[in-house]
Design a protein around this ligand. Structure first.
Ligand code: FES
Length: 119
């Protein structure tokens, strides 16, 4: 018998903030794959954010979207907007997209993903 635990595992995404800015210019986004999971990295005026790449509306890639001034990512397909901090749909509908923590360290920018394991 053991315990089922969730722990955060950190993965390096970019070597530095400059490297991230070169990949993802302001108000743009890109899709990265970490541990088989597709993630949208968005660069808004408030910084870098990570959300699940799959638009909750109809599955389009949010990494192909763009950022707004009120810190949302816009899905290019039907223009639904999701708050980059909370993941909530700006429309006020129940939709939301999962968000992930990013951390800037001297060695680069890391993303924290929850991993389940038995102890
Ligand atoms: S698939 Fe994203 S808004 Fe429709």
């Amino acid at each position: 018998m053991g315990w089922f635990k969730k722990k955060t595992v950190w993965h390096k995404l970019y070597d530095s903030v400059t490297a991230a800015e070169n990949r993802v210019p302001l108000n743009h986004a890109e899709t990265v794959e970490v541990e088989g999971k597709k993630i949208c990295i968005a660069h808004s005026s408030e910084g870098f954010f990570a959300v699940n790449n799959k638009c909750p509306h109809n599955g389009f890639s949010l990494g192909q979207g763009f950022c707004t001034e009120d810190n949302a990512i816009v899905c290019p397909l039907h223009r639904y907007r999701f708050d980059l901090r909370t993941g909530r749909a700006k429309s006020g509908l129940g939709d939301y997209v999962e968000t992930y923590p990013l951390e800037t360290r001297p060695e680069g920018i890391f993303i924290g993903l929850k991993q389940s394991s038995w102890f």
